[in-house]
Design a binder for this molecule. Structure first.
Ligand SMILES: C[S@@+](CC[C@H](N)C(=O)[O-])C[C@H]1O[C@@H](n2cnc3c(N)ncnc32)[C@H](O)[C@@H]1O
Length: 397
């Protein structure tokens, strides 16, 4: 989108175009495009229709406020979910910040949460179009003017510095230049990873959002690490400096929206195998990434089904907020013929396959097992000391 079109899009003049675009069931259709172009220029029509399509896509991340926000495709993809942004903002407040500089604010999802938490916000964004949309989003979320957007490149523009006072925090959520949300290669980040770590070192309080798959060995010792999941989906690694809740070297798993936290001790003794796997536990992905499987195993009187895989076996059924518990109904050898016969014999039509630690594509295997019956079942496929196994399980809690 051109800068001129972006400025028009966030102005009152574009409101009727956005309302007209929102009335189309499919804003990407040819019919929608030609109807819009009767009243608006081709650029304006395309911008309004794209915006409506992005707002619909954004509902999952932003709920009903998606209908009032402005997005670019990249801005939406890289934006922090509302629950995570609001946790981060609350942390900054509790840790003593009254102002925050967001270096690389995107469409301002984090900055909006900062402003709503009562922080003064200085949001810096190098992309001119994104900066225009961010400013509109912040104006709408925070009409009292406690948030400003500066269009500049944080790494090059000397004027973009962060104040040194103790109540002034810094936040960085560097862009993944490849556009692939899964890649998170450190050398692809902008601003650069070194710049982000340096910004944290210069401030008393701050945090960097990183990919949850970042190697533990690449996390600097002076930072506290929090792996965050929302509704069972691993979403980010938040690295803190100067926040007493997450001191240097600490490792924590945080499960949102409930807010349960599992601090992981530096060295947890591996649990001994004690009996038959009558129950299997699947820890939340944030717990697995944070290295907390041993700790959850201890809490459910269990042992890792196989070290490094994530599943826990136990003879006891103990509720844990950090893992889903399954009752084992049967244990089968993991081979296709055995499983296909089992599916047929049990008249299975809906088959949930969960797997870790095996080179299996559940969608492909499900097709090959031909579930065509009337019953439903869940299978956990995993390596064990006795070889690969298929556990027929039932969710307990
Ligand atoms: C991952 S996005 C930020 C998303 C934001 N936290 C949110 O939740 O909406 C990173 C943003 O940083 C911007 N950016 C990249 N390098 C920058 C730099 N050197 N200075 C300022 N902004 C930069 C990109 O244009 C992109 O919009």
């Amino acid at each position: 989108m051109e800068l001129l079109t972006a400025k028009w899009l966030v102005s009152p003049a574009a409101q009727p175009a956005l309302e007209q675009a929102a009335a189309f069931a499919d804003p990407r259709s040819l019919a929608a495009g030609s109807a819009m172009r009767k009243r608006w220029t081709p650029e304006q029509s395309a911008a309004a229709l794209t915006q409506v399509a992005l707002r619909r896509k954004a509902v999952g991340k932003f709920g009903e406020s998606a209908a009032r926000l402005f997005f670019t495709p990249d801005g939406l993809q890289q934006a922090t979910r509302a629950a995570v942004a609001s946790w981060r903002a609350g942390q900054l407040r509790t840790a003593g910040a009254s102002a925050v500089t967001d270096l690389g604010c995107g469409i301002a999802a984090d900055s909006i949460a900062f402003a709503r938490a009562g922080l003064r916000v200085r949001a810096v964004e190098c992309d001119p179009v994104t900066a225009v949309l961010a400013a509109a989003n912040l104006r709408a979320a925070c009409p009292d003017g406690a948030a400003e957007v500066i269009q500049a490149a944080a790494q090059q523009d000397e004027s973009v510095t962060v104040g040194q006072s103790a109540d002034q925090a810094v936040f960085l959520d560097p862009a993944r230049r490849t556009g692939d949300r899964r890649s998170w290669r450190l050398e692809d980040l902008s601003p650069s990873w070194e710049f982000c770590l340096d910004a944290l070192r210069r401030q008393q309080l701050g945090c960097v959002k990183a990919g949850p798959g970042l190697e533990h060995s690449l996390i600097p010792d002076e930072l506290g690490a929090v792996w965050v999941s929302e509704s069972g989906e691993l979403v980010e690694l938040c690295l803190w400096s100067g926040n007493a809740a997450y001191p240097a070297g600490s490792r924590t798993a945080l499960l949102l929206p409930q807010g349960d936290e599992l601090p992981i001790p530096a060295r947890a003794a591996p649990a001994e195998r004690t009996g038959q796997p009558r129950y299997l536990y699947e820890p939340d992905p944030a717990v697995i990434r944070a290295g907390g499987v041993t700790q959850v195993a201890e809490a459910v009187a269990g042992w890792p089904l196989r070290p490094g895989i994530g599943y826990i076996a136990s003879e006891q059924l103990i509720r844990s907020g950090f893992a889903t518990a399954f009752t084992v109904l049967a244990e089968l050898a993991f081979d296709e013929r055995t499983l296909r016969s089992w599916v047929k014999a049990n008249d299975i039509g809906i088959l949930e396959l969960k797997t870790r630690g095996l080179a299996v594509d559940p969608a492909v295997l499900r097709r090959r097992l031909r579930p065509r019956g009337h019953n439903s079942a869940t299978l956990i496929l995993a390596p064990t000391d006795a070889g690969a196994r298929a556990f027929v399980v039932q969710r307990s809690f």
